[in-house]
Design a protein around this ligand. Structure first.
Ligand code: AMX
Length: 428
């Protein structure tokens, strides 16, 4: 893996130089002040982390390195992993080298399959994914070498070894979970000639005429790869790895956060919402009926899934990319059409709802993805977050490799008691 390793090395040198310059410019400069509201409010808007793999601009959305999502939509997820780790897109020779590397490292151990097969039938696929990764922890190259004694400067190299081993096994593990949990349990063999996303599509075993589903998987795995450092799953993964718990622990922990309904699980709620509209009004549902359904939902005290965002203040560019895919490949699909109608009516409603309290009335990535997965036969909603997780592991891995390469310390913010805060208020 010489190309990737060398470029990560170069990236680390550059990032270290930048940090040296920043420190020289003022290590004690105040970047962000924290209010009582933020301390009690999930630390929202508090700038307290650095993440160099990607950042989210409230108005232009996700940037991976210096690229916007629109500029990356045609790329392979493997190239995005390279970009996350190195800050640049790879040359032509990378993809074949990376494919060979993954082929050598592929193969989920039998004990992992045995463990997954004995779980209760209704185990959530996200639990299976997290357990599957954790079951392989004893294979951690980082852990084995750490126990022997390695230089801190080399931690990232062993963390990268773990990252590549997990990434190589991930499509097989994720597809196997689908086959065990929702199909006949027979696993489909990977094809060493195929790319990462196409292999996932192949091993899921859904019919795929014209490779459209494989192309959707490529897009899906690109669009969900990373979302800077403070979101629940990425931050959890980083905190765990900062204790030098190896990547297997860190990835499993990150996936557990992604499994929450306010985070990665939201995408299945969006499709449920679309199908409920279809069920109520039929395939020829018009915009006024969609509008009524939305109003009734809000009157019932529920949120409109797929709309709003903690950071974004515009239509999520990832939503646009999925809608473009739908327009190209399945514009006559009813679920796609309902997703489109929702886009026409929801923002105007949310702009004035609760006296304009909704910070972002625009759709996020989840508003579109489910309807496309459903169209291609992936109709097991519980499985959707697994696909999100497969993609997001790229971000967890890149963030942790870079953090280890930069020698970042264990994460340990200070917590205080109500009494401490009350006394502080008295002082002011
Ligand atoms: N429908 C109805 N009300 C909404 C809303 C929506 N889609 N989005 C926000 N609001 C409401 C909030 O519930 C809140 O009301 P409250 O103060 O009475 O509780 C008010 O607007 C202000 O909230 P906010 O500052 O705009 O949002 P937030 O940053 O607190 O929460 C999010 C962001 C995404 C959790 C929220 O918009 C939401 O629940 N959306 C629907 C679920 C969803 O799509 N989640 C996916 C997020 C993306 C991801 O991680 N995958």
């Amino acid at each position: 893996m010489s190309i990737l390793r060398n470029e990560i090395k170069n990236n680390l040198t550059q990032l270290k130089d930048e940090i040296d310059q920043i420190f020289a410019g003022g290590r004690d400069t105040v970047l962000s002040e924290v209010t009582v509201g933020q301390v009690y409010g999930g630390m929202r808007g508090l700038t307290a982390l650095v993440c160099n793999t990607s950042f989210v601009d409230p108005y232009s959305g996700l940037h991976v390195g210096k690229y916007t999502v629109e500029e990356l939509a045609d790329r392979f997820p493997e190239e995005i992993f390279f970009l996350l780790c190195t800050g640049k897109l790879p040359g032509l020779d990378f993809l074949s080298e990376f494919r060979n590397e993954l082929n050598e490292r592929a193969g989920v151990p039998q004990y992992t399959w045995d463990m997954l097969r004995v779980l209760p039938e209704d185990t959530h696929p996200m639990s299976m994914l997290s357990l599957g990764i954790l079951s392989m922890e004893q294979e951690s190259v980082f852990k084995k070498n750490y126990l022997k004694g390695i230089a801190k400067a080399d931690y990232w190299k062993y963390t990268l070894e773990d990252a590549l081993n997990v990434i190589a096994k991930l499509p097989e593990l994720a597809a196997g979970i689908y086959r065990i949990r929702f199909c006949d349990g027979k696993l489909i063999e990977r094809d060493p000639e195929l790319d990462w996303a196409a292999n996932l599509a192949l091993m899921l075993g859904l019919p795929d005429s014209g490779n459209e589903f494989a192309n959707l998987m490529r897009l899906y795995l690109v669009l969900h790869c990373d979302h800077e450092g403070g979101n629940v799953s990425a931050f959890t993964s980083r905190v765990v790895n900062s204790a030098l718990s190896d990547l297997y622990y860190a990835i499993s922990a990150g996936l557990n956060g992604l499994a929450g309904p306010l985070h990665g699980l939201a995408n299945q709620e969006c499709l449920r919402f679309i199908l409920a509209i279809k069920e109520k009004y039929g395939d020829d549902v018009d915009e006024s009926q969609v509008k009524q359904f939305v109003l009734d939902t809000l009157d019932g005290g529920k949120v409109i899934p797929g709309y709003g965002h903690a950071v974004l203040r515009v239509t999520d560019p990832r939503f646009k990319e999925f809608m473009n895919f739908g327009k190209q490949h399945c514009s006559d699909d009813v679920c796609y059409q309902i997703a489109n109608k929702l886009f026409h009516v929801v923002p105007d409603i949310l702009k004035t709802y609760k006296g304009g309290k909704v910070a972002n009335p625009w759709p996020n990535v989840d508003a579109a993805s489910g309807s496309l997965l459903y169209k291609y036969g992936l109709n097991q909603f519980d499985y959707y977050t697994v696909l999100f997780g497969v993609s997001r592991v790229l971000g967890f891995c890149a963030q942790n490799v870079l953090a280890q390469g930069l020698g970042q310390p264990i994460i340990r913010p200070k917590s205080v008691t109500n009494k401490w805060v009350a006394e502080k208020l008295m002082e002011n």
